[in-house]
Structures are given as C-alpha cells and as structure tokens.
Design a protein around this ligand. Structure first.
Ligand SMILES: Nc1ncnc2c1ncn2[C@@H]1O[C@H](COP(=O)(O)OP(=O)(O)O)[C@@H](O)[C@H]1O
Ligand SMILES: [Mg+2]
Length: 264
C-alpha cells in the first residue's frame, strides 16, 4: 500500500437544501485505481469536484495529496490533479488545435495566447497524444474531432502537468461501441502501468470499468452502499442495492464486468 492520496472523513455536501453527499469516509492510496459507480444523480460528479479541490464540503474533512482543504492554497493543489469531464470539454473553443489544447494543460488554461513552451513540453504533449492514439490528429481543430477522439485528447491534456491524481468523469459517455472499447482498453493498459498516477474513474455502466482497476465505491443517493477491493465489493447484491433493481453480474475472462436485469 503506497502513500495516502485522498482521505475523506464524514464529508457531507448540501446545496440549496438538498444533500448531495452524506457522511462519506474514503481513503485512497497511491497504487490504487478506483471506480465510483452509481446511478444518475448519485453524487458521483459532486464527489469528483470535492476530491479535485473544486468544491468545499459543507461538513467533514478532506485531505488531498497530503493537503487539507480549507488550510491550503487550492491554486497550488489543482495543478497536481488531472481532471477530464464533459463539463470541461464543453468549454473548449472549437477552433482550438489538438496540440495547443494538450500543451495548455500544463497551465490549466484554455486557449493558446502568447505563452512560450519549451521543447520538453512539446515533446511530452506529442508523446501523450500518441499514447492515446491521436497522433494523426495533432494539427486538427478540437471541434472537428469525433466524440471518441475528443475524450482521448482530453485525457492526454489532463496528464500534461504529470498529475499525481487523475480524475475521469464518465470518460466513455456518448461513445459508440468501437470508441468505448478502444478507450476502455487504453485506460486498462494505463491502469496496469506502475508509473501512472493514482486514478479515480466515475461511471454508471459496469461495462465501462477497465480491467486493472483495483477498488470500487458504490454510491446511491449521496451515500456509500459499499466500498473496497473490487473483487470483494463488486457483487450482484451490492450492485442491485446501488441501482435499485435486481441485477445479475458476470465477469469476463478479460476482467471486464457485465450486468443485466433479472428476468421478471
Ligand atoms: N446546485 C445544486 N442544487 C441542488 N441540487 C443539485 C445541484 N447540483 C446538483 N444537484 C443534484 O445533486 C445530485 C447529485 O448530482 P451529481 O453529483 O451530478 O450526480 P451524478 O454525477 O452521480 O449523476 C443530483 O440529484 C443533482 O440533481
Ligand atoms: Mg455526473
């Protein structure tokens, strides 16, 4: 077990009278890869915002990479965290070039203006773009990419500052079958890479959980149903409680999961 990357104690998030997260306790260590699984509205995105130092909880304590939220400068903390989400992708100007989008990831800004990049930055950006299968797209404008290409470019951008923690919010949402399988396979080999950062991936489809992910948190109505090592916690019973429907769960020989509703 590596060093502690996240530590949440009794974290509650309220907004406009609604409880979005309730009494969350969570510890994430360096060498772990977590998936957070739950239905729409369970609080998954809210949880990622908290651990991405974008949202303060109403109650409880949050430690991220050894820094306590509320007692640390979040502007120093955020560059140590890579985040890819649909909400961020919507803010990308359509004419932004792929290479510029990834390069500006080092500064957590959008739009290339007058920054000077050193050649190490450019080399790293090209390597990341290549690692996620986007080398032929390097000069293309973001707005001209397919949904799958956009997702992969976004992950390359999130990795640009060499973050210690990588947060992925529904990375496979909106992809067709080929795009999903390609992305899940890339995330799987990334998960097995011991040099990769600690990862937290959010999804509402167990089919999108890449093999190589080691732990799971199951969320329903802002509360934890179960959490821990994926082999122990990802069960039909736990998933059925999480989604509120009786589910059968199977695991393929490739380590991927498949859930189906019981025949009624
Ligand atoms: N500003 C807000 N005020 C009240 N409720 C909100 C607000 N933002 C989100 N919610 C609600 O909080 C719940 C959790 O949202 P979210 O974290 O986005 O869930 P998930 O990502 O699991 O789908 C949802 O029911 C959503 O409607
Ligand atoms: Mg969400």
């Amino acid at each position: 077990m590596g060093g502690q990357v996240l530590r949440l104690q009794d974290v509650t998030v309220r907004r406009d009278g609604a409880v979005l997260l309730r009494d969350i306790d969570w510890a994430v260590h360096e060498d772990e890869r977590w998936v957070v699984v739950g239905p729409n509205g369970a609080g998954k995105t809210t949880l990622l915002q908290v651990v991405g130092a974008m949202l303060f909880p109403s109650e409880g304590s949050v430690e991220i990479l050894g820094e306590r939220l509320g007692q640390t400068d979040v502007f120093e903390l955020r560059p140590r965290i890579g985040l890819a989400s649909a909400a961020l992708a919507e803010k990308v100007p359509p004419e932004e070039k792929v290479i510029d989008l990834v390069l500006t990831g080092s500064y957590a800004i959008l739009g290339r203006w007058t920054e000077e990049y050193d050649s190490n930055d450019v080399t790293r950006a090209v390597e990341l773009i290549d690692q996620f299968g986007c080398a032929p797209l390097i000069r293309r404008q973001f707005g001209t990419l397919s949904e799958g290409e956009r997702k992969r470019v976004q992950i390359a951008r999130a990795l640009m500052p060499d973050p210690e923690l990588l947060l992925l919010d529904e990375p496979a949402a909106g992809l067709d079958m080929g795009g999903r399988e390609d992305l899940v396979r890339r995330l799987s080999s990334f998960a097995y890479d011991p040099k990769a950062p600690t990862m937290v991936l959010v999804t509402h489809h167990v089919e999108e959980v890449p093999s190589g992910f080691t732990h799971v948190m199951l969320l329903r109505h802002g509360s934890v149903v179960a959490q821990g090592p994926i082999n122990r916690v990802m069960t039909a019973e736990n998933l059925s409680h999480t989604f509120g429907v009786p589910l059968n769960l199977e695991r393929g020989r490739d380590g991927r999961w498949y859930a189906r509703a019981h025949q009624f």
